[in-house]
Design a protein around this ligand. Structure first.
Ligand SMILES: Nc1ncnc2c1ncn2[C@@H]1O[C@H](COP(=O)(O)OP(=O)(O)OP(=O)(O)O)[C@@H](O)[C@H]1O
Ligand SMILES: [Mg+2]
Length: 429
């Protein structure tokens, strides 16, 4: 490829979704991240978030990568990939160890987390992430950093995410076939959360619901840490299928109508509002009341939200989500989705667009890397809820390396902390 630069500072994320494969290229700059280019291609060989045909999925990936390379004028070799699918499971676990030297050391912390992650997994499954939620030393809460506390008994609660080994292997194969090196894998809804939530929202309690085509991925945070994750095998393609069946139209036509005129809340539509349905087969063109469409869409999205709400109720989380619901994924673009979420969850709901520099106001948030506002096409695309997982993956991996020198507080402490962050990051990965 001529005139294409090969930069070390590039961060590339890949989302092989059920509907589309998207690639986002960003570059580290001294004060943030600049999105250089995006490439997309329709996905093939992906069902309910799972790569079922490596060959076909790799083709889509290659196509999306080529487009991103052309847009960003660069060569792509290394990628971070997001993962979702019904095979994923969020599991809460605990660990206890004896503190060896009378004072909790980093080794004790590592050991107690290792104990907590020792769980019986279903066959062919492995651990993708381990998120410690907090530590107790001799029964006393010590928050997220117990190092230095005196005591004899160290306990922790962790949230473990397990995934199918086959799914991971398929992703790796897919990247290999497309000539890419897989740098790391991250759960999609957590990546999306990284792009659309503020640290304050995570402290207050918040749930991210990423509604894709084949899946709905959920991640809830309380007091700044991951408390709950789950993936439901339903999403936008169910809505499209319902429309195709309900209106007796081909799936492709149902998809088009949904994206152009769909609404998830019937009460938002004025009576008499109609759209023109084109001539299909023997049937003449005819006006279609928009309400008729939304009467099909609403129950399906409502059902998805009810399922999520039941799970949150079951986990005792519903009262702990002060910052409400944040919606990402392509299906969050549907008109009325936040209003419907507000009704079902009885809490505030908004769409989550990947944050950009202009959104960052308070000093606490400034430690979080953000997209630099760039003029034009790429920037506005990257700010769609549809690319939240892509952008979030990049932010996850930039997080540690992007802290500007001005924020580096007193040397040694910072270095110590940074090493631990890096270690923990490996642990989570
Ligand atoms: N403007 C729109 N209005 C309504 N729905 C939309 C719109 N644009 C895209 N969608 C829907 O969003 C879905 C695709 O979203 P997304 O790209 O987040 O899914 P995916 O990541 O490919 O799927 P999954 O996460 O389930 O594997 C499709 O079902 C599509 O119909
Ligand atoms: Mg997705």
């Amino acid at each position: 490829m001529e005139n294409m630069e090969n930069k070390d500072s590039l961060l590339v994320s890949v989302d092989i979704g059920t509907y589309q494969t998207s690639v986002v290229v960003a570059e580290k700059t001294h004060d943030g991240l600049a999105v250089l280019g995006i490439g997309t291609a329709p996905s093939q060989g992906v069902r309910k978030g799972l790569v079922t045909n490596v060959e076909n999925a790799a083709q889509g990936l290659q196509q999306a990568v080529a487009e991103a390379e052309a847009n960003a004028s660069c060569e792509i070799h290394n990628v971070f990939v997001s993962l979702t699918g019904g095979h994923m499971e969020g599991i809460s676990s605990q660990g206890v160890v004896r503190v060896k030297g009378g004072e909790v050391s980093a080794d004790d912390v590592r050991e107690v987390v290792a104990v907590a992650r020792t769980i019986a997994l279903p066959p062919e499954c492995e651990i993708l992430h381990v998120f410690p939620q907090g530590f107790l030393v001799d029964g006393q809460e010590r928050g997220r950093d117990p190092v230095g506390a005196s005591g004899v008994r160290l306990e922790t609660d962790v949230h473990v995410i397990s995934v199918s080994s086959t799914a991971l292997y398929a992703l790796q194969k897919c990247c290999e076939r497309a000539g890419l090196y897989l740098n790391g894998v991250y759960y999609g809804a957590l990546a999306a959360a990284e792009a659309v939530l503020t640290p304050e929202e995570k402290e207050l309690g918040v749930v991210v619901i990423d509604i894709g085509a084949g899946t709905t991925s959920v991640a809830a945070f309380c007091q700044g840490v991951v408390y709950y994750t789950a993936v439901l095998p339903v999403g936008g393609e169910n809505v499209t299928n319902d429309l195709a069946v309900g209106l007796c139209i081909p799936v492709a036509e149902a998809e088009r109508l949904k994206q152009q005129h769909g609404c998830a809340l019937t009460s938002l539509i004025a009576p008499g509002e109609a759209i023109e349905m084109p001539r299909i087969g023997e049937r003449d063109a005819a006006p279609l009341p928009r309400r008729k469409m939304s009467e099909i869409i609403e129950p399906r999205i409502e059902e998805i939200f009810e399922l999520v709400r039941e799970q949150l109720d079951f986990g005792g989380l519903s009262d702990r989500l002060g910052a409400g619901v944040v919606l990402t994924g392509g299906s969050a673009l549907l008109e009325g989705v936040p209003d419907l979420a507000q009704r079902v969850f009885r809490m505030a709901a908004r769409r989550g667009a990947p944050r950009c520099a202009s959104d960052v106001v308070d000093p606490k948030s400034q430690r979080v890397p953000h997209l630099i506002s760039m003029e034009g096409h790429v920037d506005s695309l990257a700010q769609s809820p549809m690319y939240a997982a892509n952008v979030g993956l990049i932010l996850c991996h930039a997080q540690d390396t992007l802290r500007p020198p001005a924020q580096v507080r007193n040397g040694q402490n910072w270095q110590h902390m940074r090493e631990r962050v890096v270690e923990w990051f490996r642990e989570f990965f």
